[in-house]
Write a protein that binds this ligand. Sequence first.
Ligand code: ZN
Length: 197
Amino acid sequence: MQSLDRLIRALRRMPGVGPRQAERFAAYFLRAPQGEVEEFVASVIGMKQDVKLCSVCYAYSEKELCDVCADPDRDPGSICVVEDPQDIEAIEKTGAFKGLYHVLHGAISPMEGRGAEHVKIKELLHRLQNSKVPVQEVIIATDPDTEGETTAMYLADLLRDMVPHVSRIGYGVPLGGDLDYLDEMTLLYSLKGRTKI
Ligand code: ZN
């Protein structure tokens, strides 16, 4: 069935969706009322049209500035660097960080031929150089896996002469883990236990 195969192929492009799961999702759409399917499709298209990247930190935002960057109570002198927009939500839940973020949209991976130019490092340097308030601290909160570590080391080398305090979260973060899967307490302690690199 051509149209069913087409949907299954599209579903399988989503992260973490295997062939069995794609078939189950397709079956769900087949059985679901027409209105529900239309709402699903409309919400995907609407989200795609409305959600852009914040012009300062590159987090997802429906406005020019995301809620964190637009908040006057946040400290612009402290920047937490994360790989993915979802990581921000995880750190926000801890309530332990009152600065701003910078989203790299990935990590450096020499194995996969992904260099520094594939993530938003250039944008971070530009931001640090042009910041109205001098940035005193950069916390590198990339994932605790090989790619995240590679990125952290690369960034630490670049930032050492630009920013007085460069630190890396570490304490309690399991190696090989994914930042946005961590529970709040683990992330809270890892933020508090960050070390200078
Ligand atoms: Zn922002």
